[in-house]
Ligand binder design. Structure first.
Ligand code: NAP
Length: 259
Protein backbone atom coordinates (compact mmCIF):
# COMPACT_ATOMS: atom_id res chain seq x y z
CA UNK A 1 0.00 0.00 0.00
CA UNK A 2 1.29 3.46 -0.89
CA UNK A 3 0.89 5.53 2.27
CA UNK A 4 0.89 8.78 0.27
CA UNK A 5 3.29 10.63 2.60
CA UNK A 6 6.51 10.56 0.57
CA UNK A 7 8.39 13.86 0.98
CA UNK A 8 6.67 14.77 4.26
CA UNK A 9 8.85 15.57 7.29
CA UNK A 10 8.44 13.94 10.71
CA UNK A 11 9.80 14.57 14.18
CA UNK A 12 10.12 11.20 15.93
CA UNK A 13 11.07 11.67 19.58
CA UNK A 14 13.06 9.11 21.58
CA UNK A 15 13.82 7.11 18.47
CA UNK A 16 17.36 5.68 18.63
CA UNK A 17 15.96 2.36 19.91
CA UNK A 18 12.80 0.39 20.55
CA UNK A 19 9.32 1.55 19.54
CA UNK A 20 10.41 5.06 18.54
CA UNK A 21 13.00 3.55 16.24
CA UNK A 22 10.35 1.21 14.79
CA UNK A 23 8.21 4.27 13.96
CA UNK A 24 11.16 6.14 12.42
CA UNK A 25 12.08 3.18 10.20
CA UNK A 26 8.50 2.64 9.00
CA UNK A 27 8.07 6.35 8.17
CA UNK A 28 11.41 6.34 6.31
CA UNK A 29 10.23 3.30 4.32
CA UNK A 30 7.27 5.45 3.25
CA UNK A 31 9.68 8.15 2.03
CA UNK A 32 9.33 10.54 4.99
CA UNK A 33 12.31 12.74 5.95
CA UNK A 34 13.09 12.58 9.65
CA UNK A 35 14.20 14.58 12.64
CA UNK A 36 15.26 11.94 15.18
CA UNK A 37 15.97 12.43 18.85
CA UNK A 38 17.39 10.58 21.87
CA UNK A 39 19.67 11.57 24.75
CA UNK A 40 22.60 9.33 23.76
CA UNK A 41 24.30 10.68 20.62
CA UNK A 42 26.10 7.47 19.60
CA UNK A 43 23.13 5.10 19.27
CA UNK A 44 21.10 7.92 17.71
CA UNK A 45 23.68 8.58 14.99
CA UNK A 46 24.11 4.83 14.31
CA UNK A 47 20.36 4.38 13.83
CA UNK A 48 20.11 7.52 11.71
CA UNK A 49 22.91 6.34 9.42
CA UNK A 50 21.27 2.90 9.03
CA UNK A 51 18.03 4.63 8.00
CA UNK A 52 19.76 7.00 5.55
CA UNK A 53 21.55 4.06 3.92
CA UNK A 54 18.50 1.78 3.77
CA UNK A 55 15.87 4.33 2.68
CA UNK A 56 17.67 7.35 1.19
CA UNK A 57 15.66 9.88 3.20
CA UNK A 58 17.05 13.01 4.86
CA UNK A 59 17.66 12.42 8.59
CA UNK A 60 18.58 15.18 11.09
CA UNK A 61 19.61 14.06 14.58
CA UNK A 62 19.33 16.01 17.83
CA UNK A 63 20.80 14.48 20.99
CA UNK A 64 18.73 15.97 23.81
CA UNK A 65 16.40 15.11 26.68
CA UNK A 66 12.94 15.62 25.17
CA UNK A 67 11.39 15.86 28.65
CA UNK A 68 13.30 19.07 29.48
CA UNK A 69 12.54 22.61 28.28
CA UNK A 70 16.13 23.01 27.01
CA UNK A 71 16.04 19.69 25.19
CA UNK A 72 12.77 20.50 23.42
CA UNK A 73 14.11 23.94 22.45
CA UNK A 74 17.13 22.30 20.82
CA UNK A 75 14.95 19.79 18.98
CA UNK A 76 12.44 22.40 17.79
CA UNK A 77 15.28 24.64 16.55
CA UNK A 78 16.38 21.84 14.21
CA UNK A 79 12.91 20.91 13.00
CA UNK A 80 11.98 23.25 10.17
CA UNK A 81 8.52 22.48 8.81
CA UNK A 82 7.07 19.37 10.46
CA UNK A 83 4.08 17.47 9.03
CA UNK A 84 4.16 14.47 11.40
CA UNK A 85 4.93 14.38 15.13
CA UNK A 86 5.54 11.11 16.97
CA UNK A 87 5.69 11.76 20.72
CA UNK A 88 7.70 9.33 22.82
CA UNK A 89 10.03 9.26 25.85
CA UNK A 90 11.24 6.69 28.35
CA UNK A 91 8.67 5.26 30.76
CA UNK A 92 8.62 5.94 34.51
CA UNK A 93 10.19 3.43 36.92
CA UNK A 94 8.08 0.66 38.51
CA UNK A 95 7.22 0.63 42.22
CA UNK A 96 4.32 0.30 44.64
CA UNK A 97 1.60 2.83 45.31
CA UNK A 98 3.14 4.21 48.52
CA UNK A 99 6.61 4.63 47.04
CA UNK A 100 6.10 7.88 45.16
CA UNK A 101 6.42 11.42 46.46
CA UNK A 102 5.31 14.62 44.75
CA UNK A 103 8.64 14.96 42.87
CA UNK A 104 8.25 11.46 41.39
CA UNK A 105 4.81 12.38 40.06
CA UNK A 106 6.11 15.70 38.68
CA UNK A 107 8.91 13.86 36.83
CA UNK A 108 6.43 11.35 35.36
CA UNK A 109 4.03 14.13 34.35
CA UNK A 110 6.88 16.08 32.74
CA UNK A 111 8.04 13.06 30.74
CA UNK A 112 4.82 11.34 29.75
CA UNK A 113 2.18 14.10 29.75
CA UNK A 114 3.59 17.62 29.63
CA UNK A 115 6.44 16.98 27.13
CA UNK A 116 4.10 15.62 24.42
CA UNK A 117 1.60 18.41 25.14
CA UNK A 118 4.37 21.03 24.77
CA UNK A 119 5.36 19.59 21.37
CA UNK A 120 1.73 19.44 20.23
CA UNK A 121 1.34 23.09 21.23
CA UNK A 122 4.56 24.02 19.40
CA UNK A 123 3.97 22.15 16.11
CA UNK A 124 0.23 21.69 15.55
CA UNK A 125 -0.64 25.36 14.88
CA UNK A 126 1.59 25.35 11.77
CA UNK A 127 0.13 21.99 10.62
CA UNK A 128 -3.35 23.52 10.97
CA UNK A 129 -2.35 26.55 8.94
CA UNK A 130 -1.12 24.26 6.15
CA UNK A 131 -4.28 22.11 6.40
CA UNK A 132 -2.61 18.75 7.05
CA UNK A 133 -0.85 17.07 9.96
CA UNK A 134 -0.51 13.88 11.95
CA UNK A 135 0.33 13.38 15.63
CA UNK A 136 0.83 9.95 17.18
CA UNK A 137 1.56 9.64 20.89
CA UNK A 138 3.16 6.45 22.16
CA UNK A 139 1.41 5.81 25.49
CA UNK A 140 0.74 2.37 27.02
CA UNK A 141 -1.82 -0.38 27.55
CA UNK A 142 -1.81 0.91 31.15
CA UNK A 143 -4.21 3.62 29.97
CA UNK A 144 -6.94 1.04 29.25
CA UNK A 145 -6.22 -1.29 32.17
CA UNK A 146 -3.91 -0.27 35.02
CA UNK A 147 -0.65 -2.11 35.66
CA UNK A 148 -0.16 -2.14 39.45
CA UNK A 149 3.60 -1.63 39.53
CA UNK A 150 3.44 1.15 36.94
CA UNK A 151 1.35 3.62 38.92
CA UNK A 152 3.34 6.61 37.68
CA UNK A 153 2.72 5.52 34.09
CA UNK A 154 -0.99 4.81 34.77
CA UNK A 155 -1.38 8.35 36.13
CA UNK A 156 0.66 10.48 33.73
CA UNK A 157 -0.39 8.75 30.52
CA UNK A 158 -4.07 8.91 31.43
CA UNK A 159 -3.64 12.67 31.81
CA UNK A 160 -2.24 12.89 28.27
CA UNK A 161 -5.10 10.71 27.01
CA UNK A 162 -7.66 13.13 28.42
CA UNK A 163 -5.91 16.08 26.80
CA UNK A 164 -5.78 14.31 23.42
CA UNK A 165 -9.47 13.32 23.61
CA UNK A 166 -10.52 16.96 23.76
CA UNK A 167 -7.78 18.52 21.63
CA UNK A 168 -8.01 16.06 18.72
CA UNK A 169 -11.63 17.13 18.13
CA UNK A 170 -10.60 20.79 18.07
CA UNK A 171 -7.81 20.42 15.50
CA UNK A 172 -9.49 17.86 13.20
CA UNK A 173 -11.42 20.53 11.24
CA UNK A 174 -8.03 21.84 10.04
CA UNK A 175 -6.94 18.44 8.69
CA UNK A 176 -4.77 17.46 11.67
CA UNK A 177 -5.32 14.14 13.42
CA UNK A 178 -4.05 13.22 16.88
CA UNK A 179 -4.21 9.59 18.05
CA UNK A 180 -2.53 7.43 20.67
CA UNK A 181 -0.83 4.07 20.17
CA UNK A 182 -0.98 1.88 23.28
CA UNK A 183 1.80 -0.71 23.36
CA UNK A 184 1.43 -3.90 25.30
CA UNK A 185 4.62 -5.88 25.84
CA UNK A 186 7.11 -5.41 23.02
CA UNK A 187 10.58 -6.89 22.62
CA UNK A 188 12.68 -3.79 23.38
CA UNK A 189 15.23 -2.78 26.03
CA UNK A 190 12.31 -1.62 28.20
CA UNK A 191 10.85 -5.16 28.21
CA UNK A 192 14.27 -6.63 29.06
CA UNK A 193 14.56 -4.13 31.94
CA UNK A 194 11.12 -5.04 33.31
CA UNK A 195 11.76 -8.81 32.90
CA UNK A 196 15.05 -8.31 34.77
CA UNK A 197 13.17 -6.68 37.66
CA UNK A 198 10.67 -9.58 37.86
CA UNK A 199 13.49 -12.15 37.65
CA UNK A 200 15.32 -10.49 40.55
CA UNK A 201 12.19 -10.19 42.70
CA UNK A 202 11.11 -13.80 42.11
CA UNK A 203 14.52 -15.51 42.02
CA UNK A 204 14.15 -16.78 38.44
CA UNK A 205 16.10 -16.16 35.23
CA UNK A 206 15.15 -13.31 32.86
CA UNK A 207 14.35 -15.96 30.21
CA UNK A 208 11.91 -17.65 32.60
CA UNK A 209 10.35 -14.27 33.40
CA UNK A 210 9.84 -13.68 29.67
CA UNK A 211 8.38 -17.16 29.09
CA UNK A 212 5.92 -16.63 31.93
CA UNK A 213 4.90 -13.22 30.61
CA UNK A 214 4.50 -14.52 27.03
CA UNK A 215 2.15 -17.20 28.37
CA UNK A 216 -0.21 -14.45 29.62
CA UNK A 217 -0.55 -12.91 26.15
CA UNK A 218 -3.12 -14.53 23.81
CA UNK A 219 -0.68 -14.10 20.87
CA UNK A 220 1.88 -15.99 23.06
CA UNK A 221 4.74 -13.66 22.15
CA UNK A 222 6.01 -10.11 22.56
CA UNK A 223 5.22 -7.56 19.86
CA UNK A 224 7.96 -6.28 17.58
CA UNK A 225 9.08 -2.69 16.96
CA UNK A 226 8.53 -3.37 13.22
CA UNK A 227 4.82 -4.13 13.53
CA UNK A 228 4.40 -1.25 15.98
CA UNK A 229 6.14 1.10 13.52
CA UNK A 230 3.97 -0.09 10.63
CA UNK A 231 0.82 0.79 12.58
CA UNK A 232 2.27 4.21 13.40
CA UNK A 233 3.09 4.84 9.73
CA UNK A 234 -0.47 3.88 8.74
CA UNK A 235 -1.90 6.34 11.29
CA UNK A 236 0.34 9.00 9.71
CA UNK A 237 -0.76 8.09 6.18
CA UNK A 238 -3.21 9.75 3.81
CA UNK A 239 -5.58 6.81 4.44
CA UNK A 240 -5.99 7.56 8.15
CA UNK A 241 -7.47 11.07 7.97
CA UNK A 242 -10.81 9.89 9.43
CA UNK A 243 -9.18 8.31 12.53
CA UNK A 244 -9.42 11.02 15.20
CA UNK A 245 -8.73 10.88 18.93
CA UNK A 246 -8.46 7.09 19.10
CA UNK A 247 -6.52 4.86 21.49
CA UNK A 248 -5.25 1.87 19.57
CA UNK A 249 -4.09 -1.10 21.62
CA UNK A 250 -1.23 -3.18 20.22
CA UNK A 251 -0.98 -5.89 22.84
CA UNK A 252 -1.51 -9.32 21.28
CA UNK A 253 -4.91 -9.48 23.01
CA UNK A 254 -3.44 -9.14 26.50
CA UNK A 255 -5.97 -6.56 27.73
CA UNK A 256 -9.18 -8.50 28.26
CA UNK A 257 -11.77 -6.07 26.94
CA UNK A 258 -14.86 -6.36 24.76
CA UNK A 259 -14.35 -2.86 23.34
P1 NAP B 1 13.41 1.60 24.93
O1 NAP B 1 13.62 0.40 24.10
O2 NAP B 1 14.04 1.68 26.27
O3 NAP B 1 13.82 2.87 24.04
C1 NAP B 1 13.66 4.14 24.53
C2 NAP B 1 14.20 5.15 23.50
O4 NAP B 1 13.85 6.42 23.97
C3 NAP B 1 15.70 5.14 23.34
O5 NAP B 1 16.02 5.52 22.03
C4 NAP B 1 16.13 6.19 24.35
O6 NAP B 1 17.41 6.70 24.03
C5 NAP B 1 15.03 7.21 24.16
N1 NAP B 1 14.74 8.06 25.30
C6 NAP B 1 14.43 7.65 26.56
N2 NAP B 1 14.23 8.72 27.35
C7 NAP B 1 14.42 9.82 26.57
C8 NAP B 1 14.36 11.21 26.81
N3 NAP B 1 14.07 11.69 28.04
N4 NAP B 1 14.61 12.07 25.79
C9 NAP B 1 14.90 11.59 24.57
N5 NAP B 1 14.97 10.28 24.28
C10 NAP B 1 14.74 9.41 25.27
O7 NAP B 1 11.85 1.84 25.23
P2 NAP B 1 10.57 1.30 24.39
O8 NAP B 1 10.26 -0.08 24.80
O9 NAP B 1 10.76 1.62 22.96
O10 NAP B 1 9.42 2.20 25.04
C11 NAP B 1 9.01 3.43 24.48
C12 NAP B 1 7.86 3.96 25.32
O11 NAP B 1 6.78 3.02 25.27
C13 NAP B 1 8.22 4.13 26.80
O12 NAP B 1 7.57 5.26 27.32
C14 NAP B 1 7.66 2.87 27.43
O13 NAP B 1 7.36 3.03 28.78
C15 NAP B 1 6.41 2.66 26.59
N6 NAP B 1 5.96 1.26 26.63
C16 NAP B 1 6.76 0.27 26.22
C17 NAP B 1 6.32 -1.04 26.29
C18 NAP B 1 7.20 -2.19 25.86
O14 NAP B 1 6.83 -3.34 26.13
N7 NAP B 1 8.31 -1.98 25.21
C19 NAP B 1 5.03 -1.31 26.78
C20 NAP B 1 4.21 -0.25 27.18
C21 NAP B 1 4.70 1.03 27.11
P3 NAP B 1 18.36 7.40 25.16
O15 NAP B 1 18.31 6.49 26.35
O16 NAP B 1 19.69 7.51 24.53
O17 NAP B 1 17.73 8.72 25.43
Amino acid sequence: MNLGIEGKRALVCASSKGLGRGCAVALAEAGVDLVMNARGAEALETTAEEIRTAHGVDVTTVAADITSDDGREKVLAACGTIDILVNNAGGPPPGMWQDWERDDFIAALDANMLAPIALIRALVPDMMERGWGRVVNITSQSVRAPIGVLGLSNSARTGLTGYVAGTSRQVAPAGVTINNLLPGVHATDRAVFLDGGVAKAEGITPEEARTRREATIPARRYGTPQEFGATCAFLCSQHAGFIVGQNILLDGGATNLTM
